[in-house]
Design a protein around this ligand. Structure first.
Ligand code: NAP
Length: 247
């Protein structure tokens, strides 16, 4: 597929999981990719090789998405390399699950900083380049947990609900520059994040999913690809990709 030939996509947190699958999907569709990672250097560089094998150009940048100064460096590195950013996928995210009674202020802060402020940081730094070119697509990876809440996830559900609100406000502010902003709300996806959930709870969740299976990272990646290619009349939307878990 060559839909995205000539486009540059920045995917935050793309060393592993959903971000990695999205980066590969967009590269397969013709985009050049900026891979961002935080801790997993080797995974980020193995992704670089996979993208190069697809014939696409790639830049790898280490940056903690929760730090505005480092995000500035990330975006400037992307611009220095490619001169443009057409697609921003705000994917980087973490969990620090604990009931509210036991949750530390640090666990609250960390999750809000990465999952919500991280989305603000990268969007804020990227949009001047999109506005200049009067086009762009932004996709924020939120979560069904931002829509339903979940036991032990007050921090995560608050952050993801915040991402959904941020998406809608951004869509309103950026539409007249030709920039679309959408969220994808996955249910439960087979990545390291889900592996951290104890086996019995994971099985219990699976039984509650009408389709009786977790999503694969590739399921999410295809949904993101749709939004940034054929789905260009979508903006301010939240695409629910949850196997029927929440309607
Ligand atoms: P994952 O497998 O744990 O991967 C997380 C990715 O985020 C890694 O590439 C990691 O980079 C990066 N990351 C973490 N903290 C970062 C930071 N401070 N700065 C930059 N990058 C950072 O998680 P995943 O399941 O793919 O989740 C991806 C997104 O989907 C998250 O926003 C998550 O909330 C959301 N989501 C996941 C599920 C699910 O069931 N898995 C469901 C709904 C939504 P390093 O490894 O290099 O540190």
């Amino acid at each position: 597929m060559t839909h995205l030939r000539g486009y540059v996509a920045l995917v935050t947190g793309s060393s592993r999981g959903i971000g990695r699958a999205v980066a590969k999907e967009l590269a397969s569709s013709g985009a050049d990719i900026v891979v961002n990672y935080f801790e997993h250097h080797d995974e980020a560089y193995s992704l670089r090789e996979e993208i190069q094998a697809l014939g696409r150009d790639v830049e790898v940048v280490q940056a903690d998405i929760s730090d505005p100064q480092l995000v500035k460096v990330l975006v400037e590195s992307a611009i220095n390399k490619f001169g443009q950013i057409d697609i921003l996928i705000n994917n980087a995210g973490i969990t620090r699950d604990r009931t509210l009674k036991k949750m530390s202020f640090e666990e609250w802060e960390q999750v809000l900083q990465v999952n919500l402020s991280g989305v603000f940081n990268s969007t804020k730094m990227v949009i001047p380049y999109m506005i200049e070119r009067q086009k762009g697509s932004i996709v924020n990876i939120a979560s069904v947990i931002g829509q339903t809440g979940a036991f032990g996830q007050t921090n995560y559900s608050a952050a993801k609900a915040g991402v959904i609100g941020f998406t809608k406000s951004c869509a309103l502010e950026l539409a007249h520059y030709g920039i679309t902003v959408n969220a994808v709300c996955p249910g439960f996806v087979e990545t390291d994040m889900l592996k951290a959930v104890p086996d019995d709870i994971r099985e219990n969740i699976r039984q509650r999913i009408p389709l009786r299976r977790f999503a694969s990272p590739a399921d999410v990646a295809r949904c993101v690809r749709f939004l940034v290619t054929e789905g260009q009349y979508f903006t301010g939307q939240c695409l629910n990709l949850n196997g029927g878990l929440f309607m």
